[in-house]
Design a protein around this ligand. Structure first.
Ligand SMILES: [Zn+2]
Length: 174
């Protein structure tokens, strides 16, 4: 259990850009028929603030608990499911590890570190466009695409003693 402290471990962000994103997601949820509750708002807020890390539901729950907020894991899951339903987040499932949530709905690839599990976005809009065109030529109606690139992130490469800007070609961890 994450211990609760009087001061937040991850303080709520005052970033106006993030605030706007939170508001627009809440608006879309309302338009989808889900009324805003304080707890749902807190889940959306925590998701937006940790979104770049592609968090798990448990990580969002832990962030909320670290702030002393009482939001159940079920509420976290339900809110994420509603966001997925309206097309505001994607679920990234991986074998044997908890599902990660991705707020970025622009075509992109996810760079996945096979050692520490870090996920970063990699711009791949041109590649996605070309894949879609080729799929369409094959008669497919493309609904979405998912692109994952696996490797070792710079800190994990450093920890393994590899020069980070050295010649590529290490064997992938799996
Ligand atoms: Zn992503």
């Amino acid at each position: 259990m994450v211990s609760r402290s009087p001061t937040s471990v991850v303080p709520p962000s005052g970033d106006p850009h993030l605030r706007t994103l939170v508001e627009s997601l809440l608006q879309r949820l309302r338009e989808g028929g889900l009324r805003s509750t304080r707890q749902r708002e807190q889940v959306v807020q925590a998701l937006v603030e940790t979104g770049e890390q592609h968090p798990t539901a448990e990580q969002i729950h832990a962030t909320l608990h670290a702030r002393g907020l009482r939001v159940s894991l079920a509420t976290v899951y339900n809110t994420l499911e509603s966001l997925r339903f309206i097309g505001a987040v994607s679920e990234l499932g991986f074998p044997e590890t908890p599902t990660r949530y991705d707020l970025n709905q622009e075509p992109h690839a996810n760079l996945v570190c096979t050692k520490c599990g870090r996920i970063e976005d990699l711009d791949a809009s041109a590649l996605a466009r070309s894949m879609r065109q080729r799929a369409q030529r094959m008669g497919y109606l493309v609904v979405r695409e998912r692109m994952d690139v696996y490797g070792l992130c710079p800190p994990c490469r450093r920890a393994a003693g590899a020069p980070v800007h050295g010649r590529p070609g290490e064997r992938p961890a799996r």
